[in-house]
Design a protein around this ligand. Structure first.
Ligand SMILES: *Cc1c(COP(=O)(O)O)cnc(C)c1O
Length: 428
C-alpha cells in the first residue's frame, strides 16, 4: 500500500483537516456547557453516534429492500427492513418509510403522493404553532399548492375545531394537516378525522415535536384516525436527524414509497437509516417510557415554576415537551429574549404567538423545551431552578446588571456540570 493510500484509509480527521476537527471539538464543548431548551434539540445515544459515522456511509442503494436499482444489497436491505419493522411495532402501523432525509421532505413526499399542483391543503397557521412545510408561502408546499390555514381560538389559545370544519366545507381541501411546531396542547385527532372524512380529504398528522410521547402513549395517538403520520426522528424522539412516514393502507403506502423515491429523493443515507433503526429499538425498551414520562413531568414542572414566577404561558400549561411563554407582559420580543438567554449560556427560540403577524421577525413568544435537558438526567427539581434562572433573565433583559449576570451564568454552568453529556467524555 502506498503512503498516499494509507493516508486515505487511516489518517484521523485532526491530521487531514485540523480546521474542521477544531470546530467539532469546539461544538462538543459548546453542547456540554449550554443549557439547551430549544425543543428541536436532543442528544442521541453513543450507539447512534457510532453507527451514524460508520462504514455504512459508503453504501449506495436506491429503491427499496429487495428491489434496489443497483442490484442486491443484503446488509442495507436487512438494515432498512429492521428500521421499518421497529417503526411499525413502535407506532402500531402497518407500513413505514424510513428514507426521508428530514421532516420537511417527509411532508413534501405526502404532497407529491396525494396532490397535484394547485390542489387545496388545510393546515395550521404559523402564528398558531404550525410548521412552514405545511403550506407557508415561503415553502414549496405553499408555492405550488393552494394552502388555507386554521388557527386557535382566543383567549384560550386552543385549536378552533369549528373553524377547521367551516374552512373544510368552504375550501374542500384534498389534504388536511394536523400537528405542529409550537402548539403546546393535546390534539383531538378523532375530530380532525371526522372533518376530513366529511369532505373526502386525507388526514396527515405531523408528530415531529411529540413523537417520543406518542410512542410512549403519553400524547394522543393519531392512529387509527389519521391516514398518514409524518415525523422527524430527532427532536423529542431522540433519534438521529431525519424523517419517517407511517400509514396503514397498502395502496397509499405504495404511493408514498414512490413519492419518496424516485419522486423526491435518490439514494437514502444507509448509515442514518441504521441509526434510525437503533433509535426505534431504544424507544421499544422500558427505559424509554421512563424518559418520556420524565419529559412530560419536566415540561409541566417548568411551566408551573415559570407561572409562579409571573411568566404568562400560552394556554396556561402544556401536554407536550415544551411550553410557550408570552413575552408581551415583559415588554420584550422573541429576538431580545433569545439574545438575552444566549449570553447566559441558555438555548431557546422565539416563536410567533396567535396575536402576532405572520412574520418571524415580529415574534413575541418564546418556546422552552425539556427533551434535551431530560436526556442529561435533569428532573423536576432542576426544572424549577431552570425556571428561576430564565424568569430572572427575562425580567432583567432590558436592564441587565453585570453582577446579577455573573450569578446567573454560574448557575447555568453548575447545572450543566452536574449533568455531563456522554459521561463527560466528549465524543469526537
Ligand atoms: C421540525 C419540524 C419539521 C421539519 O423537520 P426538518 O427535519 O427540519 O425538515 C416538520 N414538521 C414539524 C411539525 C416540525 O416541528
Amino acid at each position: 500500500m502506498s503512503p498516499r493510500q494509507r493516508n486515505h484509509f487511516e489518517s484521523a480527521l485532526e491530521f487531514v483537516d485540523p480546521e474542521i476537527a477544531a470546530l467539532v471539538a469546539s461544538e462538543s464543548l459548546r453542547q456540554s456547557q449550554r443549557l439547551e431548551l430549544i425543543a428541536s434539540e436532543n442528544y442521541v445515544s453513543a450507539a447512534q453516534l457510532e453507527v451514524s459515522g460508520s462504514i455504512l456511509g459508503n453504501t449506495t442503494v436506491e429503491g427499496y429492500p429487495g428491489a434496489r436499482f443497483h442490484g442486491p444489497s443484503p446488509n442495507a436491505d436487512a438494515i432498512e427492513q429492521l428500521a421499518i419493522a421497529r417503526a411499525c411495532a413502535l407506532f402500531n402501523a402497518r407500513f413505514a418509510n424510513v428514507q426521508p432525509h428530514s421532516g420537511t421532505q417527509a411532508n413534501q413526499a405526502i404532497f407529491l403522493a396525494l396532490l397535484r399542483p394547485g390542489d387545496t391543503v388545510l393546515a395550521m397557521k404559523l402564528s398558531a404553532g404550525g410548521h412552514f412545510s405545511h403550506g407557508e408561502a415561503s415553502n414549496l408546499s405553499g408555492q405550488w399548492f393552494n394552502a388555507v390555514h386554521y388557527g386557535v381560538r382566543m383567549p384560550e389559545g386552543l385549536i378552533d375545531y369549528d373553524d377547521v370544519e367551516r374552512q373544510a366545507f368552504q375550501f374542500k381541501p384534498k389534504l388536511i394537516i394536523a400537528g405542529a411546531t409550537a402548539y403546546p396542547r393535546a390534539i383531538d385527532f378523532e375530530r380532525f378525522a371526522a372533518i376530513a372524512r366529511s369532505v373526502n380529504a386525507h388526514l396527515m398528522v405531523d408528530i415531529a415535536h411529540v413523537a417520543g410521547l406518542v410512542a410512549a402513549g403519553l400524547f394522543p395517538h393519531p392512529f387509527p384516525h389519521a391516514d398518514i403520520i409524518t415525523s422527524t426522528t430527532y427532536k423529542n424522539f431522540r433519534g438521529v436527524r431525519g424523517g419517517f412516514i407511517l400509514s396503514n393502507d397498502l395502496a397509499l403506502a405504495m404511493r408514498i414509497d414512490a413519492a419518496v423515491c424516485p419522486g423526491l429523493q435518490g439514494t437514502p443515507l444507509v448509515q442514518l437509516m441504521a441509526a434510525k433503526a437503533v433509535s426505534f429499538h431504544e424507544a421499544l425498551q422500558p427505559g424509554y417510557l421512563r424518559y418520556s414520562a420524565q419529559v412530560l413531568a419536566n415540561a409541566r414542572a417548568l411551566g408551573a415554576a415559570l407561572t409562579k414566577q409571573g411568566i404568562v404561558l400560552v394556554t396556561g400549561g402544556t401536554d407536550t415537551p415544551f411550553v410557550v411563554a408570552d413575552l408581551r407582559p415583559l415588554a420584550i420580543d422573541g429576538a431580545a429574549a433569545t439574545r438575552r438567554l444566549d449570553t447566559l449560556g441558555i438555548g431557546a427560540n422565539k416563536i410567533l404567538l396567535p396575536s402576532d403577524p405572520e412574520d418571524f421577525s415580529q415574534s413575541t413568544g418564546l418556546r422552552l423545551g425539556v427533551s434535551a435537558i431530560t436526556t442529561r438526567g435533569m428532573g423536576e427539581a432542576e426544572c424549577g431552578e431552570v425556571a428561576d434562572i430564565v424568569a430572572a433573565a427575562l425580567r432583567t433583559a432590558g436592564d441587565p446588571d453585570a453582577q446579577a449576570n455573573t450569578v446567573l451564568t454560574r448557575r447555568v454552568a453548575q447545572l450543566c456540570a452536574r449533568f455531563p453529556l456522554y459521561g463527560g467524555h466528549l465524543p469526537p
